[in-house]
Design a protein around this ligand. Structure first.
Ligand code: NAP
Length: 285
């Protein structure tokens, strides 16, 4: 197989999702509903600012109204909670997103869980996390859903497959493990205290890596023909964006792999739009 045939590109899938979102927005507009996303940004972290800029651009492309609410690093938790309360009560706002990380004086859990679960388009509140785990309708977090979208795109049937997830964060590792379990895969979750990770990944049909370390997953850690979903976003030594998988050594071993950039990250962005529209569609249900 040519190495290009092995690459699961996110471009086409993201474009299809955006097309559908655009059609859904137009339909909602005809009903007098104008989907709106409010993004709260605290401080001036350059990476966060770049992500937020991308989110507004995506919204504009699909006809979703978006607003940026910025606060200085010095904001108190009480002030932030007051703003979330205001947005919860504003019926023109369908999605509320608090860009993470937050400054140290603020309890991230308290802030995230102040968001009304019905407007929690990131799917980070305890209510949505709980509903995801018990298999009820909820806002599914955008990146984990993006991993599933990429597997679907590659035509990978998860049923009965051995999946290793590396990383156990609340925003990626744990929810993606829940989603693959829902598709009847057998899941192993690895983390910084896991011993002999390579022994586990070498037995896996699919490896989902979300560690935040460039080149962490190498080809010798994989079973021939494995599928790799690379969630990582890192800067390599050359300053370029790269994933957690060492692409050069993995490509010869895998049957499929997602690229960075152009892979899961695009799906994350597209799924935020999808969740915002879903929230607007839920009105009156
Ligand atoms: P995180 O909260 O820092 O979690 C990293 C996880 O990796 C932790 O569970 C940690 O284990 C584990 N880990 C760290 N070093 C390890 C090691 N040597 N061996 C095994 N496991 C190790 O990160 P995150 O928020 O999940 O993000 C992970 C990566 O995905 C980052 O590069 C981030 O930028 C990227 N990301 C991408 C998207 C996207 O749209 N593509 C979205 C979100 C995040 P412990 O729990 O034991 O500490």
């Amino acid at each position: 197989m040519l190495s290009t045939d092995k690459i699961i590109s996110g471009k086409e899938v993201a474009a299809n999702i955006k097309q559908q979102v655009k059609r859904d927005v137009e339909k909602l507009n005809r009903q007098g509903i104008y989907p709106k996303l409010s993004v709260i940004m605290v401080g001036e972290d350059p990476a966060s600012m770049a992500y937020v800029k991308g989110k507004h651009k995506d919204c504009a492309e699909c006809g979703i109204i978006s607003e940026n609410i910025t606060f200085p690093d010095s904001i108190t938790q009480r002030e932030l909670l007051r703003e979330i309360e205001r947005l919860n009560a504003d019926s023109t706002v369908h999605g509320i997103l608090v860009q993470l990380p937050l400054p140290k004086q603020i309890d991230e859990y308290a802030v995230i869980n102040a968001i009304s679960p019905s407007k929690d388009v990131d799917g980070f509140t305890a209510v949505n996390v709980g509903n995801l785990n018990i298999g009820k309708d909820c806002f599914v977090p955008c990146t984990p859903q993006g991993c599933i979208d990429m597997l679907d795109r590659a035509g990978v049937d998860l049923m009965g497959k051995d999946v290793v997830v590396i990383g156990r964060s609340n925003i990626v590792g744990k929810p993606v493990a829940t989603l693959v379990l829902k598709r009847s895969a057998t899941v192993t979750i690895c983390h910084s205290r896991t011993q002999n990770i390579a022994d586990k990944t070498r037995n896996a049909d699919i490896v989902i890596v979300a560690v935040g370390k460039a080149g962490f997953l190498t080809g010798d850690m994989l079973k021939p023909g494995a599928v790799v979903i690379d969630v990582g976003i890192n800067r390599g030594r050359d300053g370029k964006l790269c994933g957690d998988a060492d692409f050069a050594s993995c490509i010869d071993v895998v049957s499929k792999i997602t690229p960075v950039p152009g892979g899961v990250g695009l799906m994350t962005r597209a799924n935020l739009l999808k969740n915002t529209v879903k929230s607007a569609q839920n009105i009156g249900k």
